[in-house]
Each structure stands twice: as structure tokens, then as C-alpha cells.
Write a protein that binds this ligand. Structure first.
Ligand code: NAD
Length: 486
């Protein structure tokens, strides 16, 4: 497709996907999807309304009984086919992600492989949901525990991983026997619609997966959370919106899973293999141009190696090619929208006002689109906003520390607790520090933790529940206890 953007765009579905059909919004509304590399219009997409949300829940409700009763092996094989189709279409999907999100093609290709893997993993897990049967301690009866689908699920996803955040929810939900309505982020609805087409081709029956792009996300999601047929909300996005949705979900006591914001510390001890730490930093900081919940947001480097680490990190960042995500040579694409680029610029400016120094980058390049230069800041004040807020951009603020205890205290000094990174050659220290860090995940001598086979999620205000791994499917199942005598 790459050489023919107009043809490629014309071929994309841009309506709502409800009950296995492509339909316009009930009120005819549409919204624009922009190219982050230029700010130009890519295409417009149907803007789902509250009425459409009702139709999507109707469809999910109508399909629920049959899908729950479909043999796990059949559900698993449909997911497996979705994995195969995604893999076969990987290059087109990567280009689509790159086009609407802005991320560089290597990042988009990595996302497609990661996203498809959730279909493969949960295709395998579909036949492994277990129950138990034990004798009650009194000996009077048996305790039988089955796991049943939680019911209709509303899935709300962010723009930063438009494919993977959708498959990480759809995979386990379908494996568990649930039907779903997916509300993708308004900046990146095209990938979600492309996924609907793949799922349909894989054999997902009408109504099992419904995709509802909607600009009026607050109203649309709220209406579904107040529909008594909806039993589950799985949300990935900012902590701020997550808090609002937890309140909304409380009205009907909807089961919630929350994958929220992060503020990952990246700790480098003086005994670390610095080359390996730099390799890890490049992934943890620069994957997706820093637009990842797992992005290293704060670097804590032991003072004796801080100058060398900062200098070498700056040299690596300076060498990166910045450009449109869809251009083959690009290593760092634009940020997703104007608001993101402005936010990063504001955080850098305020860090400088508080005494930080730039050793590379520091501003928005003089070109069209929502770019920010790869940046390293040193001497960052411990109270600087850039250390307490998600930067979501290619900026690495570096702070020094003297002792292990100080590193842990600084790393834990945040309301977030998604992931942390630790580099040291001393394995005992690495494990001790990993245990002391208040985060759901730790990368120990590794700059990438995401793995479909591992439980992904955060503590504190970074979330509730885990996605991926064996436990991921449990979020979509309810234990049913039967006290039985025989
Ligand atoms: P966001 O919270 O602004 O939006 C996420 C989704 O919620 C989008 O679909 C959006 O349209 C929708 N939304 C926004 N306001 C809403 C409302 N009032 N009611 C219902 N839905 C609403 O987040 P974003 O900017 O799309 O994504 C970036 C954020 O996501 C970052 O904070 C990042 O850390 C987080 N994130 C977390 C994980 C994780 O696994 N923990 C993964 C990726 C991204």
C-alpha cells in the first residue's frame, strides 16, 4: 500500500462496526482523523452516538448466549485465525498505525507483532480456563467452582498502542466467552476498524465484537456503563480519565479493570554494565517516541557514573533520525497531536526555569507536524513537574543519587506504580531493589517488560487488575461456587 496512500485510505472501513455490519452514526456525525506528521486530514470516521452505543450493546447482548456456549476450542481457533490474519497483514497494519499515530515504522511493526501475539496466546488459553472441586473442611459437601463469562464488556483504549491495547482486551474477553463493545481513541480509530475486519474474516460471529469510534467519549461510555446489561469495563488510558470511569462504574457496580498512567523510574547503579543500561534506556525511553505508559520518565543515576551515562545517552539520542513515521529511515516520529507536543515543550521549559540544563535537544524542530527533539536534561530539580507527570515524549530528565536507599525513596515518590527499571551487575541488589520498588512490573537489566505471556499492570494509581499471562483471562470470568452433595 505504501506507494499509494490515497488508494489505501479509500479501502479502509470508516463506519461503525455493529452486529457484523458497517453502519454510519445514527445522527450522521463524523469526525476527522489527522496525520500527525503534517496535521493534514487523513479521513473522516463515523462518530458513534449514545443511540449507536445502545445498538452496539443490543448486538453484544443478542450474541452473548451463543458465544458463551460456543466450544472453547472453537473460540480458540477463531482467535488463532485472527493471529494468522494479523501476521499476514502485518506490514499494512504497521503502516496504518504509523499513519494515524505517527510512530516510526519499526515501532509500528513491533506493535503489530506484539498485538497479534495476544490473539495467539488467548487462543491457546481459551481451552485452559480451570475450575476446582474440593471437599469442604467440614466434610459435609463438595465445593465446586466454575468460571463463567463475566458478561458484556465495554473496552476503552488509548491512541498510543491502537492495535495492542485492543487485542490485549479482545483476546482474553473472547477466550472467556464474553461479547464486547470496543471504543477506540478518537486520534486512532482506523486501526481498531481494521481489526474488526480481521476478526470478522477470522470467523467472529456478528455482535461478538462491536467497534464504536466516538468523539463524544464521555457520554457514549457513560451511557453503556449505565446499561444494566453491561457487566464489565476494561479501560486503558490516563489515570485522570480512569478515576472518572471508576466513579461512573460505581453506579451500576460494574466490574472494572484499569490500566492507567505510569511514571517509570530508570535506576542505574554505578556497578551496572553501562552499555547495556544505555541500550535499555533507548528502548524504555525512545520506543514510540516516549509515548508509552511504560516509558522511562525519570532517570536516577548513581553520581559517580552520571556524567558518563548522560553524555553517552545524549550522543545516542542526537544520532536518531526524526521524521514522518511512515518514512522508512525514521527512528523517531512526531507526537500524536498538537496538545501532546505543547505539553512536552511546557514541561521542558518549566524544568529549565527550575535550573535544569539541556545537553541535547530541548525544543520543537522548525517543521510541520507535532515533533519534539530527542532531549536529555541534567541537574533536574527533584520537585520539577517533569519528574511527577507523564512526559509522553522523547525527553530524558536525569537526577543523581548517592545511596541505594535514596534511589528507592526517589523512585517510589510518586502516586504511580506501573513499571520500574533497574540496572546493576549485582543480582542480589537487583532483586532487593526490585522487591522494594512500588510497581506492578520491574525490568531488571532490561528496558522492555511487555510480554503477552506475563501479567501486565500497575499498583497505586497506575491501575487495578492485570492483562496478559494466565491471569489475564480471569479478569473476564466470574467464579461460580456450587455447594454440592453427592
Ligand atoms: P485518555 O485517558 O485521554 O483516553 C483513553 C481513552 O478514554 C480514549 O479512548 C478516550 O477517547 C477515552 N476517554 C477520554 N475521556 C473519557 C471519558 N470522560 N469517558 C470515557 N472515555 C473517555 O488517554 P490517552 O491520551 O488516549 O492515552 C494515554 C494514557 O494512557 C497515558 O496516561 C498512558 O500512560 C496510558 N496508558 C496506559 C497503559 C497501561 O497499560 N497501563 C497502556 C497505554 C497507555
Amino acid at each position: 500500500m505504501a506507494d499509494n496512500r490515497a488508494g489505501f485510505l479509500a479501502d479502509l472501513p470508516t463506519d461503525l462496526y455493529i452486529d457484523g455490519k458497517w453502519v454510519p452514526a445514527a445522527d450522521g456525525g463524523r469526525f476527522d482523523v489527522l496525520d500527525p506528521a503534517t496535521g493534514d486530514l487523513l479521513v473522516s470516521v463515523a462518530d458513534g452516538s449514545v443511540t449507536d452505543a445502545g445498538h452496539a450493546v443490543d448486538a453484544a447482548a443478542a450474541a452473548a448466549g451463543e458465544w458463551a456456549a460456543t466450544a472453547p476450542r472453537v473460540r480458540g481457533e477463531i482467535l488463532r485465525r485472527a493471529f494468522e490474519l494479523m501476521t499476514a497483514q502485518a506490514e499494512d497494519l504497521a503502516r496504518l498505525i504509523s499513519l494515524e499515530n505517527g510512530k516510526a515504522l519499526p515501532d509500528a511493526r513491533g506493535e503489530v507483532a506484539y498485538a497479534a501475539e495476544f490473539f495467539r496466546w488467548y487462543g491457546e488459553e481459551a481451552v485452559r480456563t480451570t475450575g476446582t472441586a474440593v471437599t469442604a473442611p467440614s466434610g459435609a459437601n463438595k465445593i465446586l467452582v466454575l468460571h463463567q463469562p463475566v458478561g458484556i464488556c465495554v473496552l476503552v483504549t488509548p491512541w498510543n498502542f491502537p492495535a495492542a491495547m485492543a487485542t490485549r482486551k479482545i483476546g482474553p474477553a473472547l477466550a472467556a466467552g464474553c461479547t464486547v463493545v470496543l471504543k477506540p481513541a478518537s486520534d486512532t480509530p482506523l486501526t481498531a476498524l481494521a481489526m474488526a475486519r480481521i476478526l470478522e474474516a477470522a470467523g467472529v460471529p456478528p455482535g461478538v465484537v462491536n467497534v464504536l469510534p466516538a468523539r463524544r467519549s464521555g457520554q457514549v461510555v457513560s451511557s453503556m456503563l449505565h446499561d444494566p446489561r453491561v457487566r464489565k469495563l476494561s479501560f486503558t488510558g490516563s489515570t485522570e480519565v480512569g478515576r472518572t470511569l471508576l466513579r461512573e462504574a460505581a453506579d451500576m457496580v460494574v466490574n472494572t479493570s484499569m490500566e492507567l498512567g505510569g511514571n517509570a523510574p530508570f535506576i542505574v547503579f554505578a556497578d551496572a554494565d553501562l552499555e547495556a543500561a544505555l541500550d535499555g534506556a533507548m528502548i524504555a525511553k525512545m520506543r514510540n517516541a516516549g509515548e508509552a505508559c511504560t516509558a522511562a520518565n525519570r532517570f536516577y543515576v548513581e553520581s559517580s557514573v552520571a556524567d558518563e551515562f548522560s553524555r553517552r545517552l545524549a550522543a545516542r539520542l542526537e544520532a536518531l533520525v526524526v521524521g514522518p513515521g511512515t518514512q522508512e529511515s525514521t527512528q523517531v516520529g512526531p507526537l500524536v497531536n498538537e496538545e501532546s507536543a505543547t505539553k512536552v515543550a511546557d514541561l521542558v521549559r518549566s524544568a529549565l526555569d527550575e535550573g535544569a540544563q539541556i545537553i541535547t535537544g530541548g525544543s520543537r524542530p522548525d517543521r510541520m507536524g507535532f515533533y519534539f527533539e530527542p532531549t536529555v536534561l541534567v541537574n533536574v530539580h527533584p520537585d520539577a513537574a517533569i519528574l511527577s507527570e507523564e512526559i509522553f515524549g522523547p525527553v530524558a530528565p536525569i537526577v543523581t543519587f548517592e545511596t541505594e536507599a535514596e534511589a528507592i525513596r526517589q523512585a517510589n515518590g510518586t502516586e504511580y506504580g506501573l513499571v520500574a527499571y533497574v540496572y546493576t551487575r549485582d543480582l542480589a541488589r537487583g532483586l532487593r531493589v526490585s522487591e522494594a520498588l512500588e510497581s506492578g512490573m520491574v525490568g531488571l537489566n532490561r528496558g522492555l517488560v511487555s510480554d503477552p505471556a506475563a501479567p501486565f499492570g500497575g499498583v497505586k494509581q497506575s491501575g487495578i487488575g492485570r492483562e496478559g499471562g494466565h491471569s489475564g483471562v480471569l479478569d473476564y470470568l466470574e467464579p461460580k461456587y456450587i455447594a454440592v452433595q453427592w
